[in-house]
Design a protein around this ligand. Structure first.
Ligand code: SF4
Ligand code: SF4
Length: 184
């Protein structure tokens, strides 16, 4: 099992194969041209650039990758994949690392972002789509950061960029079944 600290422990090989199986990406084909880092809109906020996460995986520093803020800051925009000469699906790798980090109770590198992910999923489970205003309000309450971005929120409301009321997809039960099957 992966533990705290930066030690390489006995099941790390298993983690490498889990990343490959879950993402369906062989990260060993990366040759570090760094095009991904050059195009990533969030690279400055990350503790490791996207290609550096791959390097950590290649070298066996799985725990560093799992503890990084990078895997939580990545928004899965696929900008990196679109320029990658090896067509490496970086967002699939980040997804796999997030799943593994949670399963191993690794301290989340960006806890507030996990709260945001959770509220987005809750909204999809409730309505079948995201209700952005509710997500933002719930996230604000969760983080007790109630008043920052207030001006921006009001501007978005007045420009009708945010819906006041949520709308549900027709077959909401099908969506709920997906969430239920994920918990079974
Ligand atoms: S663009 Fe692709 S090959 Fe180049 S460093 Fe990034 S992941 Fe590796
Ligand atoms: S998918 Fe993630 S790593 Fe790639 S460009 Fe987007 S935010 Fe950056």
């Amino acid at each position: 099992m992966v533990q705290n600290g930066n030690k390489i422990l006995e099941s790390d090989r298993d983690i490498a194969s889990q990343v490959i199986n879950r993402s369906n990406v062989n990260f060993n084909s990366c040759y570090h041209c760094r095009c991904c880092a050059g195009g990533c809109p969030f690279v400055k906020a990350m503790d490791y650039a996207p290609h550096a996460i791959i390097r950590l995986l290649q070298l066996g520093f799985y725990e560093k990758a799992l503890k990084s803020s990078t895997i939580w800051i990545c928004v899965g925009c696929n900008t990196c994949s679109s320029v990658c000469p090896m067509s490496i699906d970086m967002s699939a790798i980040m997804d796999a690392l997030r799943q593994i980090a949670l399963e191993h109770n690794i301290k989340v590198g960006q806890p507030s972002i996990l709260g945001f992910h959770t509220e987005v999923l809750n909204s999809i489970e409730r309505y079948g789509r995201t209700h952005k205003l509710e997500i933002m309000m719930r996230y604000k309450v969760r983080t007790m950061d109630l008043f920052s971005d207030m001006d921006l929120g009001i501007k978005m409301l007045t420009k009708r960029k945010l819906d006041l009321m949520p709308s549900k997809v027709k077959d909401i039960q099908a969506i709920k079944n997906i969430f239920k099957s994920d918990q079974d």
